[in-house]
Design a protein around this ligand. Structure first.
Ligand code: S3P
Length: 175
């Protein structure tokens, strides 16, 4: 294991399965699971859409950076993150220095299908034209996830297969 890289961190666009995969991996590896979005919601006592409505995206990004730093300072964990955490260069540095960063990716059509099935919990995709919003955001964020140590394409993969790939990757780093 490399110096400083204590955590397993999942990044990726909305709808790539970070939280579902991370929670399952943490259970298998018997380490804590921390999710930056869920931790913020617990701290605030209200949802992310509510926070966006009250304070806006910039305030959310600052809170997200604070929560990331908090999670990284704790004992080794599987940390799952919001899709936009990679926008801030400081966040990217923090993640790559403190953990093995795995990027879960999927193609636009798969993401559109998945986010439409979810509850309306994503302020950036609220309202109509989900397809257009996903495509635009994916374009804007092109390259932002490339700093990861390892990338898994989840497009045509089963949940079990993705979980296995993450665990295998982690075990290779741990020897
Ligand atoms: C966001 C993704 C969301 C959440 C917030 C903003 C983004 O997390 O952090 O709505 O900017 O991509 P998920 O990736 O878990 O949906």
């Amino acid at each position: 294991m490399q110096d400083g890289k204590r955590h397993l961190i999942l990044i990726g666009f909305m709808g790539t399965g970070k939280s579902t995969v991370g929670k399952a991996v943490a259970e298998l590896l018997q380490v804590p699971w921390r999710d930056t979005d869920l931790s913020l919601e617990t701290e605030w006592g209200h949802s992310i859409p509510e926070y966006f409505k009250r304070y806006g995206e910039n305030a959310f990004r600052q809170a997200e950076t604070g929560m990331l730093a908090k999670c990284l300072a704790e004992k080794p964990a599987v940390i799952t993150t919001g899709g936009g955490i990679v926008l801030h260069p400081g966040n990217r540095d923090l993640m790559i220095q403190n953990g093995y960063v795995i990027h879960l990716q999927a193609d636009a059509n798969t993401i559109i299908k998945r986010v439409k099935q979810d509850d309306p919990k994503r302020p950036l995709l609220a309202g109509n034209q989900v397809e257009k919003k996903v495509q635009e955001l994916m374009q804007e964020r092109e390259g932002y996830y490339d700093f990861a140590d390892f990338t898994i394409d989840t497009t045509a993969s089963s949940l079990q297969k993705i979980i296995n790939e993450v665990v295998q990757y982690w075990q290779k780093q741990a020897v």
